[in-house]
Every structure is written in structure tokens, then in C-alpha cells.
Design a protein around this ligand. Structure first.
Ligand code: MN
Length: 224
């Protein structure tokens, strides 16, 4: 996501109704064209008066947040996070069936033992995340996969962790369709995960980490 001011609403890579019956059109319409758009508008309003930050990417606004003037620091943290997280969330779903495969599948089985262990762990963490937030599957600097709950619109970037998947469990992500039944929403989301995109992100994370840390990654390890 190479973007800078003025930020724009990321176009959905599918139609609002194409994730049905798992997420309905109304939910997708409000989530994308209202909630995400509000984060984009807020971020532009905050950065607008500061031309020195107009070429900063979303990632830089998050990673170097402490360098921003104090009066916009928290607002940029929340709204740049909101834009960044939603782009990952929306692009991490697909109306077309995709398959967990490749290095991501190998690492997932290495780190969680079985698909069922991963599924159950992710499901339970998503269910118990208190309040508003996102549940992440991230890769650490050695490529190890970790499930990470983060509140509000926090991102894993400042922790040096690379996003692979994110599940939005803010009520606005499911309340119109599922009301209080977050568990049903989580089950539904698993039907529309874009594993091809997740694998692409994971490969990029491994590649970036080879550049940063050298050739000492677990991608070299064998899965038995
Ligand atoms: Mn959301």
C-alpha cells in the first residue's frame, strides 16, 4: 500500500454483495463506504495543515507516529490505523474460494500443529477480544506465525510484526447482520478468507526479513 496524502478510499476488489451469504451487502456497504471513508476523511483533515507530512505513507505515519506534532499524534495513530487495518481486512477476503497452501500452510502447521488447533485458537481469541479491536495473524522476524489481539485501530507494525490476516471484530463489522452473535460472524469469515492474499503477504514478510535479518529464517526448516 504505497499511499500518501490525500488518502483515498481503497476500492473494494469485489462487489458489495459478493461476500453473501457470509457478509451481507448492507454490512459491506456501510463498513466500506461509511466507516472506512470516515477514517480516510479524518486522516486527511489531520494531515492537511502539515505539508511536511504529505509524502508520508500510512506505514510511516504509524511507525514514526511519535515524530508528529502532539496535537495530531493520537488522531493520526487512530485514523491511519483505521485506514491501514481496513485495507488489509477488505483485501483479505474474497468471494472466490482460495486455498491455504505454500509456505504459509507449512508454517501454520509448524506453529499450531494442526489446522483445527489454529482454527480453534483464532476463533476463541476473536470471540473473547473485549470491546473494539482486530484479531491478527502476524509473522515475527523469523517467520513464526502468532495470533495477536489488538484493541481499537492499533496495528502490529510498531512491534516489528508483519500482518498476514486481520479479522475486524468491531461491532460495525457484523452488527447489522449478526447483531450480538459474534461467533457466527467469525465462522462466516473463515469461509471467505483470501488465502492467496495471505500467502502473498507472508512471502513478502519472509523476503523483507531476509533483507533485514539475513538468511536465518524458519522458512529454511522442514515440516515433518
Ligand atoms: Mn471496521
Amino acid at each position: 500500500m504505497i499511499q500518501h496524502y490525500p488518502f483515498q478510499v481503497f476500492p473494494l476488489p469485489y462487489l458489495y454483495d459478493s461476500l453473501e451469504p457470509y457478509i451481507n451487502m448492507e454490512t459491506m456497504y456501510f463498513h466500506h463506504s461509511k466507516h472506512l471513508a470516515a477514517y480516510v476523511d479524518n486522516l486527511n483533515s489531520l494531515i492537511g495543515p502539515y505539508p511536511q507530512f504529505h509524502d508520508w505513507t500510512l506505514e510511516r505515519l504509524l511507525l514514526e507516529n511519535q515524530q508528529l506534532p502532539e496535537d495530531i499524534r493520537t488522531g493520526v495513530w487512530n485514523n491511519a490505523g483505521g485506514v491501514y487495518n481496513h485495507e488489509l481486512y477488505f483485501a483479505g477476503m474474497s468471494p472466490n474460494a482460495t486455498e491455504l497452501q505454500g509456505k504459509l500452510k507449512d508454517s501454520l502447521l509448524l506453529d499450531f500443529g494442526t489446522w483445527e488447533n489454529f482454527y480453534n485458537s483464532f476463533f476463541q481469541e476473536a470471540l473473547k477480544l473485549f470491546g473494539s479491536g482486530n484479531l491478527w495473524l502476524v509473522a515475527d522476524e523469523r517467520g513464526k506465525l502468532v495470533i495477536l489481539p489488538l484493541p481499537n485501530q492499533n496495528t502490529p507494525l510498531p512491534k516489528g510484526l508483519s500482518p498476514v490476516l486481520v479479522l475486524d471484530v468491531w461491532e460495525h463489522a457484523y452488527y447489522l447482520e449478526y447483531q450480538n452473535l459474534r461467533a457466527e460472524y467469525i465462522h462466516s469469515w473463515f469461509h471467505i478468507v483470501n488465502w492467496t492474499e495471505a500467502e502473498r503477504r507472508y512471502q513478502n514478510a519472509l523476503f523483507d526479513n531476509v533483507l533485514r535479518y539475513g538468511d536465518c529464517l524458519r522458512s529454511q526448516q522442514q515440516v515433518h
